[in-house]
Design a protein around this ligand. Structure first.
Ligand code: FES
Length: 282
């Protein structure tokens, strides 16, 4: 009995030390965990793959739609109809008359919002699982045979740019707030149409998504060990608490803001192309 206990202890220590080696090398080494070596192999009994399905479908549709719209280069504003609406995919609008840029104006600004979303911590987790299957789920074998290297090598090391994309995203948020305010100013004066409310809802959701960002939470106070030891500690602590509250639901804000921006563009496209008419409420 005592011998059996010693053998079990030895193998547990061996397993533990293997994991420690993986951690010491900078990243956790999932291949040392038993039962996770083959693709899809897991000890989980729930339908873990179900989590990936909605993301794969909605994100797939969003990527196809935004790519098509970015290259389309028309029906992105309603000024010709006397309506002050501009698609968020084309804001800020640069060289719409093609003086020096022959292609769609959206292509000039796409890298900002795209870079911010692509490097977002939530989206990274979601697309690594749903599209790269690397791994397909938490505690599910990826079966690639290669050791997990984290985001320490090209191209994934570029994900570290997220904190800088945050600043870029804030600039876009300012532009979109400007567009939303302009959406209240019709040629005849102040007014509200369905498009005004659509643009307003869109920028509110985008603002919440942007400021629920993990990088922003870190910036505003997450990096501090002691709020009372720094200048403006009290307001920073209050702001950090508010951002932390939003940050807890970051995945939710990522989803609704993504759907909102897609639907806002779709609405403006339908109105701009004459397929539907905007309803004036005020
Ligand atoms: S972590 Fe998602 S936007 Fe920064």
């Amino acid at each position: 009995m005592r011998t059996a206990q010693i053998v079990i202890c030895k193998s547990a220590i061996l397993e533990y030390s293997k994991i420690q080696v993986g951690v010491k090398n900078g990243v956790a080494d999932s291949s040392t965990v038993k039962g996770l070596t083959g693709f899809g192999s897991t000890q989980r009994r729930d339908a873990w793959w179900l989590e990936n399905l909605p993301f794969a479908i909605v994100m797939g549709i969003f990527v196809v739609y935004t790519t098509w719209r970015a290259f389309e280069g028309k029906f992105y504003e309603c000024y010709h109809l006397g309506l002050p609406y501009l698609s968020p995919f084309y804001s800020p609008l640069i060289d719409p008359d093609h003086h020096w840029w022959r292609f769609s104006p959206a292509l000039l600004i796409l890298a900002g919002p795209l870079g911010f979303r692509t490097t977002c911590y939530y989206y990274r987790k979601a697309y690594y699982r749903a599209f790269l299957l690397d791994p397909p789920g938490c505690a599910v074998g990826e079966g690639s045979g290669s050791k997990y290297k984290g985001e320490t090598k090209f191209p994934f090391i570029l994900q570290n740019l997220h904190r800088y994309f945050f600043y870029v995203a804030v600039i876009f948020v300012i532009f979109l707030w400007y567009d939303a305010i302009l959406a209240f100013i019709f040629p005849q004066g102040f007014g509200i149409g369905v498009g005004t409310l659509v643009m307003l809802a869109n920028i509110i959701l985008l603002t919440v998504y942007t400021f629920s960002c993990h990088s922003f939470r870190h910036l505003i106070g997450g990096k501090l060990d002691c709020f009372s030891c720094v200048n403006f500690g009290k307001p920073r602590h209050s702001a950090w608490k508010g951002v932390s509250f939003l940050n807890e639901h970051h995945m939710f804000w990522a989803w609704v803001s993504m759907i909102a921006v897609g639907l806002t563009d779709l609405y403006i496209r339908l109105v701009s192309s004459g397929l539907i008419r905007d309803i004036r409420l005020l």
